[in-house]
Write a protein that binds this ligand. Structure first.
Ligand SMILES: Nc1ncnc2c1ncn2[C@@H]1O[C@H](COP(=O)(O)OP(=O)(O)OP(=O)(O)O)[C@@H](O)[C@H]1O
Ligand SMILES: [Mg+2]
Length: 202
């Protein structure tokens, strides 16, 4: 099915993109640019609280409806704010425990009760030695399961193993308390499970 193109603030976003990505990202489509076929939006935060709050909103939107985008790569240097972002995600998903980096254990899993997904997997690959080690933790089964939401700190270390429709979130420190958060996703996937998608195909 061919979707109409829509123009928002002079930038063209295909309707497919607007339907198949979480609302949070679609709203940002006004700021989209398209490097290498990816859609991109950028947000500047000026405190850790602000980053948590952006992450909370992001997580709520991601969790509102089953979506093909359910693997997220969180990228950025040491201290960029990846775990701070995860703390906001945890709050947005109704997780009571404080999120900390699972640096030495590689991942933690949380049951989700207020979300269309059943579990959140939080990975931190900083100390990962090889992709083979990750495979022994059943990583491939974990990301293949549509009931799982998977967020991976240092996901860029295994970029070639991520699904094509992963969401890439890059954090970059500009000043002491200022971070640039760039969210990118590949618009070329179709969300087979989305209620919206099913409706539009009738
Ligand atoms: N705008 C901001 N957004 C996020 N964190 C900020 C911001 N301003 C200051 N900070 C501080 O920067 C630090 C970010 O640390 P955090 O552990 O989240 O980084 P990280 O990317 O997970 O690092 P690592 O790779 O070492 O685990 C925290 O101390 C946080 O309070
Ligand atoms: Mg961290």
């Amino acid at each position: 099915m061919q979707f109409e193109e829509e123009t928002r603030n002079g930038i063209s976003c295909t309707e497919e993109v607007l339907r198949s990505v979480p609302q949070f990202l679609a709203k940002k489509c006004a700021e989209c640019v398209v490097p290498h076929g990816m859609k991109k939006s950028t947000i500047i935060t000026q405190s850790d609280m602000e980053t948590r709050s952006i992450a909370e909103e992001f997580a709520r939107e991601l969790c509102g409806e089953t979506n093909a985008c359910r693997v997220v790569s969180l990228e950025g240097e040491l201290g960029a704010g990846k775990t701070t972002f995860m703390q906001g995600v945890g709050k947005g998903l109704g997780i009571r425990q404080q999120m900390t980096s699972p640096t030495f254990i590689i991942f933690r899993v949380f049951d989700l009760t207020k979300c269309v997904y059943k579990r959140l997997y939080h990975f931190d690959l900083y100390r990962l030695k090889s992709y083979e080690d990750l495979k022994t933790l059943e990583f491939e089964d974990i990301i293949a399961d549509p009931k799982n939401l998977v967020i991976i700190e240092w996901g860029d270390m295994i970029r070639e193993h991520l699904p094509k429709n992963y969401i890439q979130i890059k954090l970059e420190g500009l000043l002491k308390n200022v971070r640039e958060i760039t969210i990118m996703y590949n618009p070329k996937f179709k969300n087979q499970n989305s209620k919206l998608q099913r409706k539009t195909e009738k």
